[in-house]
Design a binder for this molecule. Structure first.
Ligand SMILES: Cc1cc2nc3c(=O)[nH]c(=O)nc-3n(C[C@H](O)[C@H](O)[C@H](O)COP(=O)(O)OP(=O)(O)OC[C@H]3O[C@@H](n4cnc5c(N)ncnc54)[C@H](O)[C@@H]3O)c2cc1C
Length: 449
């Protein structure tokens, strides 16, 4: 028998396992696939941290309080203030803790959704998960079981969660508790149909294990759910390209988004999750990011969402020497597209976007750019659901709660399996960040119990 069973081997699961062994506990970690890593390992590797040395070195003034204000604003204050505060209070120490585990960070990225200052800290995500796993296993107190899926949670006579039943019927017991870190449900069509029918035409990219198992298991014991109405896709996914898992955010460098009728439909600087909602409401659930050569030249091949050059090489952009030529290729009326661009350029000159109120490139960051230097580019864009960002209701100690706010004793959860932290939308880096920070908090909470 172990002290704690961790269900799932993504960032949240391995962070929980590492902090639990650092608290002196014996851990069993279950991973239903042959390899651990989950969505975490295939992610963009962006983590939202504030007040770090890396930011200071790059001259960025940030703080946990500023991060708190941004997260609450992006989440439209639907998110749970106690969870947001817990994240902000724990993230700096979690960043140092990752470094101590051998995780390496690249310089902070400037362009990201929902951030009033640059705070995206990037890692190689698969390396990060491997580093957490290696550090946890080096303790000699982790039993790692790949190809092992949890099927149900087991309670003792008092109702306390004491263990897990596996799909093959084997029963495992834990002295202190069970941590659900099984990720979201972006690969479960039934749950998507139920909770996010408006995203049915979107593209879905996530770890194969993202099937909502943890939500199902905890709900069976009476766990409450949060934020289920706010599943969102990320704007900027090429609708037909299978080779590119990541979205492109030319809008955050100054592009506009126009629909098949040649019309803008949104303030392009808002969170790319809200842009995802907006594009789903357009004809064919698709739009074009329209930009010129000057904007194209501000791309950055070190950042996947800004790597325009690679997309051009892959033939994913339409290119025209004039806007009329571009319009013909994307089957938009040339006069309409020209009028849309002219109107927008007029707003940039006037300093006021009379239609959608766009004031900056992204969030409150960067001056708007006109679209005027040939050649012109169009990038077809729909929404991609990378994760579900909603789920089990937890408290700041990562304890899973019932609808009446009481704790389902012995049960903890972290990462994408949980709801309440993001609220109505999403800041870049906050999902991987949440997996690490709340995974670590969950391990600490079990060790302290
Ligand atoms: C392409 C892509 C890019 C992304 N980019 C970013 C980004 O840059 N920044 C950001 O903040 N977020 C990003 N996200 C979202 C973010 O990566 C995830 O929300 C986060 O990593 C989830 O971590 P997790 O540990 O909770 O879940 P996961 O990493 O998905 O791990 C869950 C694990 O549990 C396993 N599992 C599931 N059910 C069971 C079971 N019954 N028994 C045992 N094991 C089980 C799964 O197989 C999986 O290995 C991205 C997601 C994707 C897909």
């Amino acid at each position: 028998m172990s002290d704690v069973i961790v269900i799932g081997g993504g960032a949240a699961g391995w962070a929980a396992a590492l902090s639990a062994v650092q608290g002196g506990l014996e851990v069993v970690l279950l991973e239903k696939l042959a390899e651990s890593g989950g969505s975490s390992a295939m992610s963009g590797g962006c983590l939202a941290f504030a007040g770090t040395e890396l930011q200071t070195d790059q001259g960025v003034a940030d703080s946990p309080d500023r991060l708190y204000a941004d997260l609450r604003e992006v989440g439209q204050e639907v998110n749970d203030p106690a969870l947001v505060r817990a994240y902000c209070d724990a993230q700096l120490a979690s960043c140092d803790w990752l470094k101590a585990a051998g995780v390496q960070f690249s310089p902070v990225i400037e362009t990201a959704a929902g951030q009033s200052v640059p705070r995206v800290h990037t890692v190689d995500p698969a390396d990060m998960v491997r580093a957490l796993k290696a550090a946890a296993e080096a303790s000699g107190r982790v039993v790692y079981r790949p190809n092992t899926a949890a099927q149900a949670l087991e309670q003792d006579a008092s109702g306390r969660v004491r263990g897990v039943r596996l799909t093959d019927g084997e029963r495992l017991e834990a002295r202190r508790g069970v941590i659900i870190a099984s990720g979201g449900f972006a690969k479960n069509p039934d749950m998507l149909t139920r909770y996010a029918p408006h995203y049915a035409p979107a593209v879905f990219v996530a770890g194969a294990g993202s099937q909502g198992d943890g939500l199902r298991m905890a709900q069976a014991l009476g766990a409450d759910l949060r934020d289920m109405d706010y599943v969102k896709g990320t704007f900027g996914k090429h609708p037909t390209d299978e080779t590119n898992d990541h979205s492109l955010q030319a809008v955050y460098k100054g592009a506009i988004a126009v629909n098949q009728d040649g019309q803008r439909f949104v303030d392009e600087s808002i969170s790319y999750k809200l842009l995802g909602d907006a594009v789903m409401a357009q004809p064919w659930h698709c739009a074009y990011q329209i930009l010129d050569q000057a904007i194209f030249d501000t791309g950055d091949d070190r950042v996947r969402i800004l790597d325009f050059g690679r997309r051009l090489e892959e033939g994913l952009f339409y290119v025209g020497d004039t806007l009329a030529e571009l319009a013909a290729q994307v089957e938009i009326d040339a006069d309409v597209l020209q009028a849309t661009v002219d109107r927008y350029n007029g707003y940039v000159d006037a300093g006021h976007d009379a239609e959608f109120g766009r004031t900056h490139l992204v969030h409150r960051h960067g001056a708007l750019r006109k679209i005027e230097t040939a050649p012109f580019y169009a990038y077809p864009s729909t929404a991609v659901v990378f994760g579900t960002y909603c789920g089990l209701r937890i408290d700041p100690q990562a304890r899973v709660l019932r609808a009446d706010g009481s704790w389902l004793e012995g049960l903890y959860a972290a990462g994408e399996a949980t709801g309440g932290f993001h609220g109505a939308a999403y800041m870049t880096g906050s999902a991987l960040g949440k997996a690490v920070v709340f995974g670590r908090l969950a391990g600490q909470a079990v060790a302290a119990s």
